[in-house]
Design a binder for this molecule. Structure first.
Ligand SMILES: [Zn+2]
Length: 389
C-alpha cells in the first residue's frame, strides 16, 4: 500500500475508530434521525475547500462514498461492468469486484467492503487514498468528511469551521437520501469521435455534458497541437483521449510497421504536451482492416498499445447533410449489435455535421437506458482482427 496521505488535522481512519465508534453510539442517542436502520451514519462530504452535495456514510468505523458521484467530483473515470468496475485516474487504476468484495490494483488483490445504498455502489474512502493518493479526513462531531487532492488551501479544522453553517439541518428534519443515480453500468455504450480535435470540439463536449455522457476521442497529433486547451478539458472532464496518428494518409501511415508506430508515438507526445497524460488506446486511420496486418500489429501492439475499431459506423462523414439518415442508421445498428449481445462501439467524427445528430442520438439512447461511457485502457479491445492485446 502507498503511504497514507493525510492533510491538516484530519483524523486518521483506523487510528481513531474506537473513539469514533463511541461518538457514534453517543450521537445515536441524540440524533436518531441521522442513523439509518443498518447503523450507517450519513456524512456531508467536502472536496478540497468546498462542500459538495454528495453524502458519504460511516459504517463500522469506516467512511464509504458513492462511487459514481465521487468519481465525477474527483475526475476519475468509471468503466467496466456492474460486476467489475474499473476506476481510472491519471496514473493508476483499480478494479472493484463487488461480488467478491475484492479490489485489484496492479497485480495486488485486496479485500474491501462495498455495498449498495439507495441504488448507489458505496466504496471505502480508504481505497481512493491507497490507490490515487487522495487525502481523506473526517470529524464525527459534525458528521463531515473531506477528500483532498493536494490543491486545498484550508486546513481540515478551518474547513470544518467554514462548512458548519451549511451543515446542521434542523434536528426534526428527516435525512433525505441522496438522489439515487443510475444503477452502475446497466447498459454501457461507447461513443467515439475521430480526427479531432477541431474548432467545434468545445461544442461537442458541451452537448455530451448536457447528457452526462462520456466519450472517447481518437485524435490526430497536428490537431492536438492546434487545440491543446480543449484536449485538456476533455481529459479532465472524464472523457478518454486516444491516438489516431499524425498524417492520416494511407501511404504514409501504413508505409511500414515502423512508420505506424512512429506516428502513434509522436501523437502520444503531442497528447502529453497538451494534457499531461499519455494513452495506450489507438485507432488507425480508416480502421485497421485491411492494412493493419499481423506484422503491423505485432510491432505496434507489442509496444503496449490497444487497438480499437468499432461495430457501429455512423457514416456521419458521408451524409453530412442528411442528419435524419445518420440518426436512424446509428439507432438501427445499435439495436442489432445489442441483440447480438455485444456492447456498441460507435464511430463518429469530430465535425460540425455530427453536432446536428448527436443530441437526438443521446436523447433516444438515454431513454433506452444506455449509459455513455469512455473507453478504458483495461477493457478488452474491440477490433476487426479480434486481436485482444
Ligand atoms: Zn480518421
Amino acid at each position: 500500500m502507498k503511504k497514507l496521505n493525510l492533510q491538516g488535522k484530519g483524523k486518521q481512519i483506523g487510528k481513531k475508530s474506537a473513539a469514533f465508534a463511541l461518538t457514534v453510539v453517543l450521537l445515536s442517542a441524540i440524533l436518531p434521525q441521522t442513523i439509518h436502520a443498518s447503523g450507517v451514519r450519513e456524512f456531508s462530504l467536502g472536496y478540497n475547500d468546498e462542500l459538495t452535495t454528495i453524502k458519504a456514510q460511516m459504517s463500522d468505523g469506516a467512511l464509504y462514498v458513492p462511487l459514481r458521484e465521487v468519481s465525477k467530483q474527483l475526475h476519475l473515470q468509471v468503466s467496466g461492468t456492474k460486476d467489475k468496475v474499473v476506476l481510472t485516474g491519471s496514473k493508476h487504476n483499480v478494479v472493484i469486484i463487488p461480488s467478491k468484495q475484492t479490489a485489484l490494483s496492479g497485480k495486488k488483490s485486496m479485500p474491501i467492503k462495498t455495498y449498495i445504498s439507495a441504488g448507489r455502489l458505496m466504496i471505502p474512502a480508504s481505497l481512493l487514498k491507497g490507490t490515487f493518493n487522495f487525502g481523506v479526513a473526517y470529524d464525527g462531531n459534525v458528521s463531515l468528511a473531506r477528500i483532498t487532492s493536494g490543491k486545498q488551501k484550508l486546513s481540515f479544522s478551518n474547513f470544518v469551521q467554514q462548512s458548519k453553517p451549511a451543515l446542521n439541518p434542523a434536528p426534526s428534519q428527516p435525512v433525505t437520501p441522496a438522489k439515487p443515480q443510475n444503477p452502475v453500468h446497466t447498459k454501457p455504450i461507447y461513443l467515439t469521435f475521430d480526427d479531432g480535435p477541431t474548432a467545434h470540439t468545445k461544442e461537442l463536449l458541451d452537448i455530451l455534458d448536457q447528457y452526462n455522457a462520456k466519450a472517447t476521442f481518437f485524435m490526430l497529433g497536428p490537431n492536438i497541437n492546434s487545440y491543446p486547451k480543449v484536449v485538456e478539458r476533455l481529459v479532465k472532464s472524464g472523457n478518454t483521449a486516444g491516438l489516431h496518428g499524425i498524417t492520416h494518409v494511407k501511404s504514409k501511415f501504413y508505409a511500414s510497421p515502423a512508420s505506424a508506430l512512429a506516428e502513434m508515438n509522436q501523437d502520444n507526445e503531442d497528447l502529453y504536451r497538451a494534457s499531461g497524460v499519455k494513452t495506450t488506446l489507438i485507432r488507425t486511420p480508416y480502421g485497421s482492416k485491411p492494412y493493419f496486418k499481423d506484422n503491423y500489429r505485432n510491432q505496434v501492439l507489442a509496444d503496449g498499445f490497444h487497438l480499437w475499431d468499432w461495430n457501429v459506423d455512423s457514416e456521419d462523414w458521408k451524409y453530412k447533410k442528411d442528419h435524419e439518415k445518420v440518426i436512424q442508421s446509428v439507432l438501427q445498428q445499435i439495436a442489432t449489435v445489442e441483440k447480438q449481445g455485444h456492447v456498441p462501439v460507435v464511430l463518429m467524427h469530430d465535425q460540425p455535421a455530427t453536432l446536428h445528430v448527436l443530441p437526438e442520438v443521446l436523447k433516444t439512447l438515454s431513454k433506452e437506458g444506455f449509459t455513455f461511457e469512455a473507453i478504458d485502457p483495461s477493457m478488452k479491445p474491440v477490433n476487426f482482427w479480434h486481436d485482444e492485446r
